[in-house]
Design a protein around this ligand. Sequence first.
Ligand code: MN
Ligand code: MN
Length: 316
Amino acid sequence: MTHHGPPDASRAPRYTGIRTFARLPHVRNPEAVDIAVVGIPFDTATSYRSGARFGPAAIRDGSTLLRPWHPPLEVDVFAAQSAVDWGDIEITPGNAAKTMDQIAAGLGELLAQEIIPVVLGGDHSIALGELRAHANAAGEPVALVLLDAHADTWDEYYGEKIFHGTPFRRAVEEGVLDPHRSVLAGMRGPLYAAADMEVPREMGFDLIPGDELRATAPAEFGTRVHERVGDGPVVLGFDIDVLDPAFAPGTGTPEVAGLFPHEAFAFLRSLAGMHFRGFDIVEVSPPYDGPAQGTAMLAANIAYEFLALSALARLA
Ligand code: MN
Ligand code: MN
């Protein structure tokens, strides 16, 4: 039986080959695929710094050092599941509405085959297309666990309804996202008004501001998320700007005083045992990254955490 995975690094040095995520084979045939890394290089729904269209390529570049064994979670990430790099989904620069349809169709193809997508963004608007695909495949609204400096539940920007700060309001309106089973965590930075933090809560979300999150033990966070989400379909989202811009400067709307990388990894690992239908890492803007590509490497390792969570769920 076909099992896709990276080549043996003791024979082919890690920097050789055509760049794919974690050196996985680039495969477009859904047969014998359990999990697929998918790029969505769309960034014309950004409000400040653009450049996330180059996120998928940079994250792939930052992923060459990923190895099969994940020590903290004690799992062989690539033995437990057949993994490929699907390549990128077609998008339309400058047309967010059309792009959301393209994303929903592109991911729908994978979800119909019960393949778990690990999306590399792209600005955060793409989450709307992803949630449409997931809800359609699940036959019900899905839950979201989100780590982000922003709740992304605004109504509009410059009159635009599909923007990188609006996907979760649109998704709730469309009935593809269930706020009552969802958790938004890590929100920080100056807002427009005192009531801003209450808006997502009034929509039904559980919101954990950044300071509260940092004071929360990972195990406690894991329990809170698990209880909130329950057994229904759920996806996991990670906006790179939840991390401190000292570590992840390459992003569209940086906010100071964010999570340290080891804190973010501990929160992600606290979700071991949950069965996510999909994942995304978004808002990586390589033109603003440091000379050593630290943001891209972090993003690649976050995607690797997703693969580890998925491997554990498959083995359970
Ligand atoms: Mn976001
Ligand atoms: Mn954000």
